[in-house]
Structures are given as C-alpha cells and as structure tokens.
Design a protein around this ligand. Structure first.
Ligand SMILES: NC(=O)C1=CN([C@@H]2O[C@H](COP(=O)(O)OP(=O)(O)OC[C@H]3O[C@@H](n4cnc5c(N)ncnc54)[C@H](OP(=O)(O)O)[C@@H]3O)[C@@H](O)[C@H]2O)C=CC1
Ligand SMILES: O=C(O)CCC(=O)C(=O)O
Length: 485
C-alpha cells in the first residue's frame, strides 16, 4: 500500500516547511483519487530566504575549482543511480509516463550529471593572438551568480538536471522551482543533491505556484539568470521580466513539430517513428510529432499502416507492463487536449481514430485520452497551428517536397522536424530549408542527446541552446583578458 509523504523545501542546506504552513497534494494522473505526496505551498518569504542562501553561497562556490565542483556532481549522479527505482516509480505515479520511459529519463539524468561533472575539467577559454607582441590575450568564463530554474512537469528529472548541472559546474548557485504537478519527484532529486554534500545554499528548492514564486524569481534583483521550460505564454512573460531588469534569460517553449513522409520513404520506419515521436509520453514532449505531412502518392498506404498500429495501442497505468501509453499528466492537460480535439472536428477535420476519453477497465479514474488521428487538415486550422501536448496527430496530404516544407514551416514554432526519405537531394533540401533547431532525417522528431545542443528557432526558444557544451553560453559570461607584464 502506497503511503503519501510530505516533502519540504530545501533552503540553505536544510529541509524547511513553507512559512504559510500550507501544503498542496500532488495527485496520480492515472488515478485521480490517489495522493502521491504533499508539497509546500511556499510564499515570497520562502523564496527570499532561498535567494538569500544562494547569494551567500555564491562566492565560495565560484572559487572552488571546476574539478572540485565536478566531484559533487559525480556524487549526485551516484545518488540518483542508487535510488533509480524509487525515483522511477515516483515519476510514474506522479506524472503518469510508463515505467520504461521513466527509467530511460532517470538514467538520462544520471548521464547528464556525469557529463557536466566532466565539464569541470574542460577548457573554459581560448588564447587569442594580440597585436601587441608583449601581451597575453585570452578569454575566460565567469558564472552569472544566482540562477533561477523554472521547470515543467513533462520531464520531471531530465529537465531540472539538464538546467541545474551546467549551472552548478560553471560556478553558479541555484534556486529551483519545479512544476507543482511533479514536485514530489523533484524533491527526490533534491535529496540526492543533499546526500552528495553540496555546500549549504549552493542549490535550493522552493515549491509552489508558478504565478507567484516563478514570477517573483523572474523579477528578483538577486537572480542574475533565469532558465525556463514550459508554455509560450509564460515563457514570454518570464523573458520580458528578466529583460526589464537586465538579467540573462533562456526560454525553451513549445513546438508544432512536423514529420514529412516523402514518396520514397521507408513506410514501416516512418510509421513507427510517427507513433513513437507523436505518442510516447502521451504526446507531452515539446519535440513530439504533431503534424504528419505525407506525399499524396503514398498517403493511403501510410495511413492504413499507421491506423493499424495506433488502434492496437494499449492505454493504462504506467505501472502495468502491458501499457504502451499512460494518462495525460493533469486534469488541466486532459481538458486542454479534449478541447483541441473538439476544435479539430468543429473546424472540419475528419477523425480517423480515437478522439475521446479512455473508457473501460480503470481508465475513467485517470486522465486518459485515446490516441487520436485526424485527416483533412489544412495548415490554417487551430490543431495544425497550436501546440496540443497530447496524443493527437494531424495528417496533411501534399503533392511535392516544396509544398511539404512550406507547410512544415507555416507555424510560429521551430523546434524539431523530421523527414523520411532515401534520396540524398531531398535530405539536403530539407536540411537547408526547414525552420527547426533540431533537424532529424529518418528518425523521429522527439529524442535529444545530452551531449548535443538542444533548442529551437522562431518562437520555440529564446535563442541560446541547452545541453552539451553549448550550455556554457547561457550559464557564463565571457571575460576577455589582456595581460601585459
Ligand atoms: N517542454 C515544453 O515545451 C512544455 C510545454 N508546455 C506547454 O504549456 C502548456 C501548459 O502547461 P503548463 O504546465 O501550464 O505550463 P507553464 O508554462 O504554465 O508551466 C511551466 C512552469 O512555469 C511555472 N509558471 C507558471 N506561471 C508562471 C509565471 N507567471 N512566471 C514564472 N513561472 C511560471 C509553472 O509553475 P506551476 O507549477 O504553478 O505550473 C511551471 O513550473 C502545455 O499544454 C504545453 O503546450 C508545458 C510543459 C512543458
Ligand atoms: O525529446 C526529448 O527527449 C526532450 C523533449 C523536451 O525537452 C521537452 O519536451 O521539454
């Protein structure tokens, strides 16, 4: 029998109740009657204390050598690895993704921590020839100071880690506000950092309402950098608040990711990648496939293969081995996705499969939506333009590669895009003409590698890249140093 626990804020190396003395329940989206845990409903006083602790710790932390900071990240990685099963189960219980997906994500978190631990030993500058032959000119990197980390619920382990690990290795201290929906899982990650022995104040977590705590972080004069992943609307607000006070900001927001199935595509490969890219994690990835742009010559064949496989997808609790697709992560998300499906029908789309709530067995107790496929979708329709963040695919028929790319680019987002083709010139045209930060050929639109830059163009990102060595650009400032003896 699962017993929900209460989780505290982590401030200045200590576990603390919110000054409101209030907690919020975090619920299981596969069974809305089950409480996963209780998290603190923090106030601005709690945030103030966390920012104060991070500010006080920042000089000591930045003066540690890179390898010494790396040692702490190696220890944190070992802690997450030791508690992997517990974290995985909590993630499935709290967010709904299946156990294999939660396991993959948590293992990715361990790998990211180790990757950035190693970064502590790598170069942080270049020597640049000076015109003065008696001078030494070089660049070095300085941390920003205190970094605010605001994260969503869809990757409750990987996203916080891929923001906090580079922040820390490059010498920043951190104030972290996880999404309320997945704050229990976030608290387990904090316990791992605590057990790794990071000095007090170097990393802090304050849970609670994004409109209050997140907004106050974006506005806070003692937070020098703010990194955010989430919706477009909130991201823009966070960016504007940071810009208004001269702080650095990094935003990773939505996507409306296309897959193009060219006439020479390997259809089985394209079908599998469309399903995996569009429906894994119940479509709740910023890199998820949502528009499937198919050449008219192979449209019917592709559609039949896709429908056959999608109709066999089994919905259920992420804990059940037979489940392929779990619930949506919250009631909010459930309502949003159902309302987009209704809009798709109202605007003239044809439902090929799904379109409703998951029914039968125990599905009514959770936020289950059937895998849904539309056809007769034109680019101007709402479901072809807005991020749905659910298990909904829109099929769009085209007659040429040029038309496919034109439709693929006809959205405000530009995160990930993929094409299925065997033709090298089609690949080259796609690489050059597609508006996307992540360009994928014969591979699904979702899935990122931790050692490579990650981010989008247009309204998907604010420009800088996360992950890999690219992360140094956001988490540090360059110093150009000129020395003359
Ligand atoms: N990876 C991605 O690109 C993601 C995209 N989305 C998109 O956003 C939609 C809505 O999801 P939702 O969870 O509401 O996303 P939000 O953008 O609201 O939430 C993301 C994070 O920002 C916080 N937040 C909320 N308001 C503010 C604010 N004013 N200032 C600072 N931080 C704030 C949230 O806190 P709180 O805990 O209170 O929610 C959460 O931690 C989804 O349907 C999807 O389309 C969502 C998640 C991830
Ligand atoms: O595709 C992935 O693994 C990462 C997706 C992502 O960053 C997101 O959904 O926020």
């Amino acid at each position: 029998m699962f017993e929900p626990q209460t989780f505290l804020n982590y401030i200045g190396g200590e576990w603390k109740s919110a000054s409101s003395n209030l907690v919020e329940a975090s619920m299981n989206p596969a069974n809305r009657h089950e409480t996963v845990g209780y998290i603190q409903k923090s106030t601005l006083d709690d945030l103030e204390e966390a920012v104060g602790a991070a500010k006080e710790a920042k000089m000591g932390w930045r003066k540690l050598s890179g390898p010494a900071r790396g040692e702490f990240l190696f220890k944190a990685a070992n802690q997450v690895e030791q508690r992997l099963d517990e974290i995985v189960e909590m993630m499935t219980r709290e967010m709904g993704k299946t156990l294999p997906e939660a396991k993959g994500e948590t293992a990715r978190g361990v790998a990211i921590l180790r990757y950035y631990a190693g970064e502590g030993m790598r170069s942080i500058g270049n020597v640049i020839p000076s015109t003065d032959d008696a001078a030494l000119m070089f660049t070095s990197r300085a941390p920003l100071g205190v970094v605010g980390v605001i994260t969503p619920w869809n990757f409750p382990v990987a996203i916080p880690i891929w923001k906090m690990a580079p922040a820390l290795i490059y010498g920043n201290t951190v104030v972290f506000k996880p999404a309320q929906e997945t704050s229990v899982t976030a608290a387990l990650i904090m316990e791992c950092f605590h057990a790794a022995g990071l000095p007090a104040g170097v990393i802090n977590m304050v849970t609670g309402d994004g409109g209050l705590i997140g907004q106050a972080m974006a506005d806070h004069p003692d937070i020098q950098g703010i990194t955010f992943t989430g919706s477009n609307a909130v991201g823009k607000r966070v960016g504007q608040s940071a810009l208004a006070r001269g702080a650095k900001y990094q935003l990773e927001m939505g996507g409306k990711n296309p897959v193009i199935v060219a006439r020479d595509a390997d259809l089985d490969l394209a079908v599998d990648a469309t399903i995996s890219g569009g429906l894994k994690s119940t479509g709740q990835k910023c890199t998820a496939t949502s528009r499937v742009i198919v050449h008219s010559e192979i449209y019917e064949a592709f559609k039949m293969k896709l429908l056959e496989k999608v109709q066999n997808i089994r919905l259920g609790s992420g804990f059940e081995a037979a489940t392929w697709m779990g619930p949506l992560a919250s009631e909010n998300q459930f309502r949003t996705v159902l309302s987009y499906i209704t809009k798709g029908v109202e605007e003239g789309g044809t439902l090929l499969c799904g379109g409703g709530k998951g029914l039968g067995r125990d599905l009514e107790a959770g936020y289950f939506v059937e895998p849904t496929i539309f056809e007769n979708i034109s680019s101007s329709m709402t479901i072809a333009q807005e991020e749905i963040f659910g298990p909904v695919l829109a099929l769009i028929k085209v007659d040429s590669l040029e038309e496919a790319i034109q439709i693929a680019n006809d959205v405000k987002f530009g995160l990930s895009a993929s094409i299925f083709t065997r033709d090298i010139s089609t690949m080259l045209t796609f690489m050059q003409d597609i508006d996307a930060g992540m360009v994928r050929i014969n591979a699904e639109s979702a899935g990122v590698e931790l050692q490579a830059p990650f981010g989008g163009v247009k309204q998907s990102s604010s420009g800088s890249r996360e992950q890999g060595q690219a992360a140094i650009e956001f988490y540090t400032d360059i110093k150009t140093i000129f020395v003359k003896a």
